[in-house]
Design a protein around this ligand. Structure first.
Ligand code: NAP
Length: 242
């Protein structure tokens, strides 16, 4: 039986695990960033591999025949490492990347730093910041007030002087997002282009309330990787391997 490493930490990775287990011998991998993570079905390992060398060793020691990278679209380091190692050692490799959101009227930027520059340049005063704990530091010097939503506390990051921190995990509903934007008199939403349905309601709520949107574009996938957008396509690729 094929043994497949499924790089996860996303709802798509959990759905793919459900589609494959136990027909295929999968092992899911989580980074271990969040306490009490949602676990996929089947075997799971947790924690980094130790960079490119560690991943190469791990694939060899575990007898992995193929890798599906279903990490978050912004988990660029893990995605680069997996692409590099699989190419080097000749292990079949697929990226499952959920389709990006159409940015519509959003101001599209390339990084959290650029997003902070836009917030300053546009003089937004009450910002809903949803770029995750790693991006918060870019807004530390801002004069605006921030509603910061993250899964876990942004440890170590200097937070903006004026803010309220809300810890929560999606999925989020349209009505709740609408109320959140209204209650906090938000004039701008800062978001990554994560794609998917779990967190898209904030965009619809922002559009309904004429709230400006600043959207951080996704990092590009490594050159030459094979990528699909749906769980069905990824499951088909795995089962087609033999
Ligand atoms: P990253 O910057 O690409 O990865 C940093 C390091 O974390 C990697 O080099 C690797 O360590 C380890 N790592 C990441 N994903 C891993 C996985 N699935 N299994 C084992 N090790 C992993 O990734 P990140 O942005 O920190 O994201 C970490 C995880 O959270 C990912 O699994 C991703 O799907 C999930 N996530 C990320 C976001 C986001 O916005 N970035 C949002 C939701 C969920 P070594 O070099 O030691 O192997």
């Amino acid at each position: 039986m094929m043994r497949v490493l499924l790089l996860g930490g996303t709802a798509e990775a959990r759905a793919l695990a459900r589609a494959l287990h136990p027909r295929v011998d999968i092992v899911s991998s989580l980074a271990g960033r969040v306490p009490d993570p949602a676990l996929p079905v089947g075997p799971v390992r947790i924690g980094g591999f130790g960079g490119v060398d560690g991943l190469r060793r791990w694939l060899h020691d575990e007898g992995i025949d193929a890798v599906v990278d279903a990490t978050h679209p912004f988990a660029a380091t893990m995605t680069a490492h997996a692409a590099q190692v699989c190419r080097q050692v000749g292990v079949p490799h697929l990226v499952l990347a959920r389709p990006a959101w159409d940015p519509g009227a959003a101001i599209v930027v390339a990084s959290d730093t650029e997003a902070a520059e836009v917030v300053a340049a546009q003089s937004y005063s009450r910002v809903f910041l949803t770029t995750g704990r790693s991006g918060v530091g870019a807004f530390a010097g801002s004069d605006a007030w921030f509603l910061i939503r993250a899964v876990t506390t942004p440890d170590g990051a200097v937070l903006p002087r004026r803010h309220r921190l809300v810890l929560s995990r999606g999925p989020y509903r349209y009505d709740d997002e609408l109320a959140l934007l209204r209650d906090h008199r938000i004039d701008a939403l800062v978001t990554k282009n994560s794609g998917g349905d779990m967190t898209r309601a904030k965009l619809d709520a922002a559009a309904a309330l004429d709230v400006a949107v600043v959207m951080v574009a996704r990092p590009a996938l490594p050159a030459g990787v094979r990528a699909v957008g749906t769980i069905d396509e990824a499951a088909e690729w795995v089962t087609g391997l033999g």
